[in-house]
Design a protein around this ligand. Structure first.
Ligand code: HEM
Length: 505
């Protein structure tokens, strides 16, 4: 009896699989899909392409298949665009059609299936969340309010390094101190909170749980389970860890930072910081009390900002400092510009706009070492047309922004780190996406709202470091190792390097 049932089950499974393959073949024949590598039923191109691919692999595929190609990876359709014209279609002209986000199985866990803002579909929920976050984070008023804090934080880095005699001889892993600075910049806006030192136990705990989330999310090794559902049982342990880390993180945000703010509100009655401006979480909690969002949404906003605002800025600083060390003449030129324009005065937010060469160095860093090289994955909910091809519904759509910014068809000697290009032949190109060949923050509806914070923070920090120190490779090394560590969405420097920092008088 059991055997008969098993036989029936097997037969139905074979029939269903055959029908699925035939239907998908017929459907494919009707669709005019973009070109791409050879595919097999169920696996697509996964057997040839594997789990690990990044913006360099996408560039090689573009050279073979053209400016729009399709990778069929198991159940996922991944379309990649590699020309400014197609990028314009995805990000601007058809910005609504391609304005959703594609999540993978791990990001489903991290975001409670898109209850956040960054990884949610385009629509009312996203609009509401983006509005709620914009008021406390992304306006000029916010920048004017917090810029003095960013300057104080950068001054703290300079002071701490000056105090550490070993920094001038053996060197320091500067990243560790910069992490404290960037956390303080963001936590001041979000919670009106400051961590006093790298050893602060709460800071250590927070950093550790964020690093775990980042490692689990960026890992490319789990792709197989995202692409091919029948292989998902092999990921059971991994997904369990992702769930545990998510719970631990959200509880930390809720029980510590949110609770602290709520307690303050109940004892003081008002939740204004000393300067009379509500901090970010006050706005999120107001929106919760008004019934616009729920408590989970509040926690997911906090979760989003912990990654989007903090990690990206640290990665960009790490790349910028590495390039300045590896190009001492460029470093000298930045210093000479600051000395000439400001004299002994320390770089402020307003000063960064008076320092065109410093600005060019930041732009070149974001071009050459783009930290989010393919932007975050966009998605079309419905079937769409792009470049004359059909894009199946719910495709993951990447814009290979790194290749747009490093393609010799659009740039003079893109393989050279040469900030001068942004003062010479590319002087009109801005970070805001006025030219689609350079979109390090994206452009359009889903572009990075944090650009208003990131650019001044990069300017103040890099400016003050160069102004106060000669930045050199560690003893016995002539250069910083700039090997890359590419993840799902990020391009980071592989090794957290040591910097020798000789104070200037
Ligand atoms: C150097 C620093 C940064 C870089 C290079 C960067 C880059 C990006 C990129 C490429 C995107 C995706 C755009 C797209 O998919 O079209 C993005 C999205 C986003 N970024 Fe940034 N970012 C940086 C800093 C920040 C900061 C400081 C914040 C917050 C204070 C922030 C908040 C966000 C948010 C909320 C989104 C999602 C927008 C949405 O989906 O509607 N970013 N960022």
């Amino acid at each position: 009896m059991d055997l008969l049932l098993l036989k029936k089950l097997l037969l139905s499974l074979i029939a269903a699989t055959t029908a699925a393959v035939v239907i998908s073949k017929l459907r494919r024949r009707r669709l005019n899909l973009p070109p791409g590598p050879f595919t097999l039923p169920i696996f697509g191109s996964w057997l040839q392409v594997g789990n690990k691919f990044d913006h360099h692999d996408f560039t090689n595929f573009a050279k073979k298949f053209g400016d729009l190609f399709l990778l069929r990876m198991g159940q996922r359709n991944i379309s990649v665009v590699s020309s400014p014209e197609l990028a314009k279609q995805v990000l601007l002209t058809q910005g609504i059609e391609f304005g959703s986000r594609s999540r993978n199985i791990v990001f489903d866990i991290f975001t409670g299936n898109g209850q956040d803002m960054i990884f949610t579909e385009y629509g009312d929920h996203w609009r509401k969340m983006r509005r709620i976050v914009t008021v406390p984070f992304f306006t000029n008023k916010v920048v004017q309010h917090y810029r003095a804090d960013w300057e104080v934080e950068a001054a703290g880095v300079v002071e701490d390094v000056r105090r550490n005699a070993a920094a001038a001889t053996e060197g320091v892993v500067l990243r560790r101190r910069l992490e404290l600075m960037v956390y303080n910049n963001v936590y001041k806006i979000m919670f009106d909170k400051k961590f006093e030192s790298e050893e602060d136990p709460l800071f250590v705990k927070l950093k550790s749980v964020n690093a775990e989330r980042s490692r689990l999310g960026q890992n490319l090794g789990y792709n197989f389970g995202d692409f091919i559902p029948i292989l998902r049982p092999f990921l059971r342990g991994y997904l369990k860890i992702c769930k545990e880390v998510t719970t631990r993180r959200l509880n930390l945000f809720k029980d510590t930072f949110l609770q602290e703010r709520k307690n303050l509100a109940s004892t003081k009655g008002v939740v204004n910081n000393i300067n009379g401006l509500k901090c970010g979480v006050d706005h999120f909690l107001d929106a919760q009390h008004n019934g616009e969002i729920n408590e989970d949404n509040v926690l997911y906003i906090v979760e989003n900002m912990n990654i989007a605002a903090i990690e990206t800025t640290i990665w960009a600083l790490e790349w910028g400092i590495a390039e300045l060390i590896n190009h001492p003449k460029i470093q000298d030129k930045v210093r000479a510009e600051i000395d000439a324009v400001l004299g002994p005065k320390q770089v402020s937010e307003a000063d960064t706009l008076k320092l065109p060469y410093l600005q060019a160095v930041i732009k070149e860093t974001l071009r050459y070492r783009m930290v989010v090289p393919c932007l975050l994955p966009h998605m079309n909910i419905d079937q769409a047309k792009l470049g004359g091809y059909d894009i199946p519904p719910e495709s993951r759509v990447f814009v290979n922004a790194w290749w747009l910014a490093n393609n010799p068809a659009h740039w003079k000697k893109p393989e050279e780190f040469r900030p001068e290009r942004f003062l010479e032949e590319e002087s009109k190109v801005e970070t805001t996406g006025n030219d689609l060949k350079y979109v390090p923050f994206g452009v359009g509806r889903r572009s990075c709202p944090g650009i208003v914070i990131a650019m001044p923070v990069l300017g103040i920090t890099l400016g003050r470091l160069v102004q106060n120190f000669e930045l050199l490779p560690p003893p016995g090394q002539s250069k910083i190792d700039t090997a890359e560590n590419c993840g799902q969405f990020a391009n980071r420097i592989l090794k957290h390097y040591t910097v020798v920092m000789k104070p200037r008088n």
